[in-house]
Write a protein that binds this ligand. Structure first.
Ligand code: PNS
Length: 164
């Protein structure tokens, strides 16, 4: 079975992520959407909340599952007999960092290839931080994230800001 891992912070998941996950699901037998816990990064949502949002928006992708991992991606990759790591690339600005990560992962495990899918043009500008910024001011994020998670995001980010 060919297993792809789509790792990320997903704080929160966006239509851009979903596009990559859907495309990966057509290329591989199984896609694991992996919420990585990064202690160096302050996230607005807990890993469990991020995973729950993901599970709500991947219901129509039968071969996709979500998981949470606190550790090195490559250790998860090996433990789950994964075939490939799939990442989305939006622009050259993503490239240097992603290139470095792919090389480090391959250094740690020589058969761990990273497959880069170019973003669909309509999502080139989209990122989780864009969603957080717009949601913070109660802006319309319906074009950025699926409707199933709209309220969770707005309630958390808008309320939090006005309460401060
Ligand atoms: O969505 P992001 O924040 O760009 O995702 C980055 C992520 C979580 C995929 C990356 O930071 C990662 O793989 N972290 C796990 C730690 C790890 O394995 N690092 C590689 C060696 S430096």
């Amino acid at each position: 079975m060919k297993i792809a891992i789509c790792p990320g912070s997903f704080d929160p998941i966006t239509f851009g992520h979903l596009d990559i996950i859907k495309r990966a699901s057509k290329l591989f037998d199984k896609v694991i959407v992996l919420v990585i816990v990064n202690p160096e990064k302050h996230c607005s949502f807990s890993p469990e909340e991020r995973a729950e949002m993901i599970s709500k928006v991947i219901t129509d992708i039968p071969n996709a599952v979500v998981d949470i991992y606190d550790g090195l991606l490559i250790d998860y990759f090996k433990a789950h007999n994964a075939t490939v790591i799939v990442k989305g690339l939006r622009a050259m600005t993503d490239f240097e960092y992603e290139f470095q990560m792919a090389l480090v992962n391959r250094q740690l495990c020589p058969n761990a290839d990273t497959l880069f899918l170019t973003t669909s043009a309509e999502y080139m500008y989209l990122s989780s931080s864009v969603v957080r910024q717009v949601a913070k001011f109660n802006g319309d994020i319906s074009q950025f994230v699926p409707k199933q998670i709209l309220n969770t995001i707005i309630e958390r980010l808008y309320k939090k800001d006005t309460e401060e």
